[in-house]
Design a protein around this ligand. Structure first.
Ligand code: NCD
Length: 326
């Protein structure tokens, strides 16, 4: 039975979508529009005082442009103080453990820690032992919860804007996730979020890039792009994670482009209304053609815009929740 959205946020941290209920996901999605409006202000200051006097630490152990800047901007638009740390600029390079580094940051009274780490489980491990709010900004191949939240928000907003139903949900909507599902934390978090929100998810890619038994996550799997796209309302092209792959997972990039690239030719398999997403950074003309990425069916830049609002919503809910002692 479907649960109603909870009125209050009760979790200290945001580690993964797997742990969230549909109600909690919807609470975040429903909190974001007010923050989207703040970012879109033209003649007034793009800032609200909800995290004034709080400290948000962006702690990135892996390269990132979009996610790091998005979190930083979100914190600033909530009037928080922000501090950035990278692996190379922290005492990690001198052998300090993540626990010790975090204990030191917390001794300076940090409130929210945004952590990206190449080890799956790193944010979970820290969240269990530390009192600050931990937000997972991507951990290895495990999860990237704010990406999935901003993706679901972007799809839902597109549905609402393109239909007469201003309360449209993702129930029954078909989403095709195309490409490197095996190595993608974005795919995992999206599968959890979209299925919880009632969407029907199809994953498609070369057989070596589809996780074994992926159907157990409640999705349909196919190696035929035509089959994946034929009823898709949204097409999500995943980045080929060359840095996470061994050699020989598919015959050649040329072969991949021929069979799986989202471009003008392959979009002929999809309904005319189908819209295209990508988490970025795009390998242009590999998984997604430039023409489509920059064209009228692309939601890529809306994803980036919505990402700031979703991260403002998440930080606000974690730090300002009334239901727990702060
Ligand atoms: C994603 C990531 O780092 O997991 N990118 C992002 O956060 N914008 C997707 C990717 O790198 O493929």
């Amino acid at each position: 039975m479907e649960q109603a959205a909870p009125t209050f946020w009760t979790k200290k941290d945001l580690i993964g979508i797997r742990e969230l209920s549909r109600g909690e996901i919807e609470l975040i999605l429903d909190t974001a529009p007010q923050f989207l409006a703040v970012s879109k202000r033209i003649s007034r200051i793009k800032r609200v005082p909800l995290l004034q006097g709080r400290l948000v630490v962006n702690w990135f152990h892996e390269p990132s442009t979009r996610t790091r800047t998005s979190f930083e901007l979100a914190a600033k638009r909530l009037s928080a103080d922000t501090l950035s740390m990278t692996a190379s600029s922290s005492s990690h390079v001198k052998g300090e453990t993540l626990h010790d580094t975090l204990a030191n940051i917390e001794a300076m009274h940090a409130d929210i820690i945004v952590l990206r780490h190449s080890c799956a489980g790193a944010p979970h491990m820290l969240a269990a032992d530390h009192s600050s709010h931990i937000i997972n900004a991507g951990d290895g191949r495990h999860e990237h919860p704010t990406q999935a939240l901003l993706d679901a928000f972007t799809m839902r907003l597109a549905l609402r804007e393109n239909s007469a139903n201003k309360d449209a949900t993702l129930d029954g909507v078909n989403v095709a996730l195309i490409g490197d599902v095996e190595h993608s934390r974005v795919a995992r978090s999206n599968i959890f979020a979209l299925t919880k929100l009632g969407a029907k998810v199809t994953v498609c890619g070369p057989v070596a890039l589809l996780p074994a038994q992926v159907e157990k996550l409640g999705v349909r799997a196919t190696t035929s792009l035509k089959e994946a796209l034929c009823d898709a309302d949204f097409i999500y092209a995943l980045r080929i994670q060359r840095e996470r792959q061994g050699k020989g997972l598919f015959p050649s990039l040329r072969e991949y482009v021929k069979l799986f690239r989202i471009d003008r030719d392959s979009l002929r398999f999809a309904p005319d209304h189908a819209l295209v997403l990508h988490p970025g950074p795009i390998n242009r003309d590999l998984e997604l053609s430039t023409e489509i990425a920059d064209g009228s069916r692309s939601l890529v830049l809306q994803q980036v815009t919505n990402g700031v609002a979703i991260r403002m919503a998440v930080m606000h809910l974690l730090a300002n929740s009334q239901s727990r002692q702060l």
